[in-house]
Design a protein around this ligand. Structure first.
Ligand code: NAG
Ligand code: NAG
Ligand code: NAG
Ligand code: NAG
Ligand code: NAG
Ligand code: NAG
Ligand code: NAG
Length: 405
């Protein structure tokens, strides 16, 4: 786990209806003596939501790390066995976190900035136990619909059609539950998909789009809550390949194919938008950093403005990938992958290093792009827009949403 900065104001510059997804480890709310996590992040979660409210950004909070681990991956804060279901106290503790988030962010002072609470990120334990937890979670978060918060469930990698007509309160439902939103993650970075040829990736994206663009499927409103440009694990790369024209050409095509696929085209479709993972990474690794993509030109300069897109979008929701496009020969870009690294060395979650810290200007040495400063200068009166936010304070990585809902 590492620290990231999110420049909320810059996010806002590029999307009319922008939102962020904030991943949260349970230990932000409930930390036992023997658990090795840093605490103190809740204050910064609150601050993040307050900033979002001031800027008109929507927020999804997702329970990214649950006690025992819901998938055994490092993103949960505990690598190894999937221990979530082994001890019923793990479920109880998770529900208490959800209860806390619901009680906290339905308060009037937050102005409805939180629109989604995701019960559990990427769970991969038995389906029956999962559905039991989802029903219990919907009991906790569901009543917040009257405050504008939707219950959000991850598809647990079963894919959206599996959740057609899912209602956590009615096993025989013929329509999906109200105020229920589905989150699906689409990555080409991990085995066995990481070795697919480019043409096959584009075809699969297009096929996925078709499923999300059908009417009357019973699939709940669906967000692609995580996706990136990685087609292989690039966990850490500090080499600067930003002048690689071939790579930038491919990234642009891959970005626009996914944008088209994951964005709603017409009313009545399950798809309601997407979040890119992530806004910024420790070294702004190209495939995972939206802000590097903007700077290097392989992400359209204004996602709200289709005239900045390169590829035509076809009626079926796929891009015309035969369209001839070549990226610029060179870019000024972000420069060597050094941004965001300051401070990151102290960011291990288990080491007892200092907890949440807001960044000063030193935190993002080369991120002071002109658009960033423009955005800052348009802050609401009386509000100080920070240089960034250490989201690792919240436990895990941060994600940016450009929601098209
Ligand atoms: C279950 O987890 C709790 C902490 O969440 C712990 O106190 C308890 O000892 C655990 N029970 C078993 C049987 O492991
Ligand atoms: C949620 O938990 C945090 C951290 O313990 C606490 O500061 C906050 O008051 C709690 N909110 C509610 C509504 O219980
Ligand atoms: C919506 O909120 C109301 C009022 O809190 C609650 O009675 C109802 O059960 C909620 N609906 C769902 C689908 O959770
Ligand atoms: C919230 O739920 C409503 C009602 O089911 C749905 O129309 C809307 O698209 C959802 N929005 C989000 C952002 O989850
Ligand atoms: C990632 O790369 C940077 C720069 O080369 C290096 O300082 C750091 O130790 C690497 N981190 C890991 C976990 O390999
Ligand atoms: C899907 O339904 C919406 C109304 O809910 C309608 O506007 C749209 O034309 C329909 N699309 C198709 C392909 O039937
Ligand atoms: C992006 O495009 C939208 C829609 O055309 C526009 O309203 C907005 O001002 C643009 N943002 C920037 C930073 O140019």
């Amino acid at each position: 786990m590492y620290m990231l900065t999110v420049d909320f104001a810059l996010v806002l510059t590029f999307r009319l209806e922008a939102a962020i997804r904030i991943p949260l480890g349970y230990w932000a709310v409930d930390l036992l003596d023997y658990e090795p996590y840093v605490s103190g992040q809740y204050t910064y979660l609150v601050r993040a939501v307050q900033w979002a409210k001031e800027l008109g950004l929507n927020v999804m909070i997702d329970l990214h790390g649950a006690p025992g681990s819901q998938n055994g991956w490092e993103e949960t804060g505990l690598v190894g066995p999937i221990g979530f279901v082994d001890n019923s106290s793990n479920s109880d503790r998770s529900l208490n976190v959800l209860r806390n988030l619901t009680a906290e962010f339905t308060q009037a002072m937050y102005g409805g900035a939180v629109t989604n609470i995701e019960l559990l990120n990427e769970p991969i334990f038995a389906n029956a136990a999962l559905r039991t937890f989802y029903t219990a979670g919907a009991d906790v978060v569901g009543p917040a619909n009257s405050s504008g918060i939707n219950v959000t469930i991850h598809d647990a990698f079963y894919n959206p059609p599996t959740w057609a007509n899912y209602d956590p309160h009615n096993a025989n439902a013929q329509t999906p539950g109200k105020f229920l939103t589905l989150d699906t993650h689409q990555f080409w970075a991990f085995p066995p998909l990481d070795k697919l040829p480019e043409a096959q990736i584009l075809q699969r994206i297009c096929d996925f789009a078709a499923a999300l663009k059908l009417n009357n499927t019973g699939i709940p409103p669906t967000l692609v809550g995580e996706w990136s440009l990685s087609t292989g694990i690039t966990a850490n790369s500090s080499s600067n390949t930003e002048q690689d024209q071939t790579k930038r050409t491919w990234f642009r095509k891959l970005f626009e194919a996914q944008n088209a696929a994951y964005s709603p085209q017409k009313a009545g479709q399950p798809s309601i938008g997407w979040y890119f993972w992530s806004w910024q990474t420790e070294y702004d690794i190209d495939a995972w950093s939206y802000r590097r993509g903007l700077a290097d030109g392989y992400i359209p300069s204004n996602i709200s403005d289709p005239s900045t897109y390169a590829f035509p979008v076809l009626d079926n929701g796929c891009i015309d990938d035969t369209f001839s496009y070549v990226a610029a020969v060179s870019v000024s870009g972000l420069g060597p992958s050094s941004t965001g690294s300051s401070g990151s060395s102290s960011a291990t979650s288990t080491g007892g290093s200092s907890a949440a810290t807001t960044t000063g200007s030193s935190s993002s040495p080369s991120s002071a792009s002109s658009s960033s400063s423009t955005a800052k200068s348009s802050a609401p009166a009386g509000m100080t827009i920070p240089g960034g936010l250490w989201v690792s304070a919240l436990g895990v990585t941060s994600v940016l949403l450009f929601c098209l809902c």
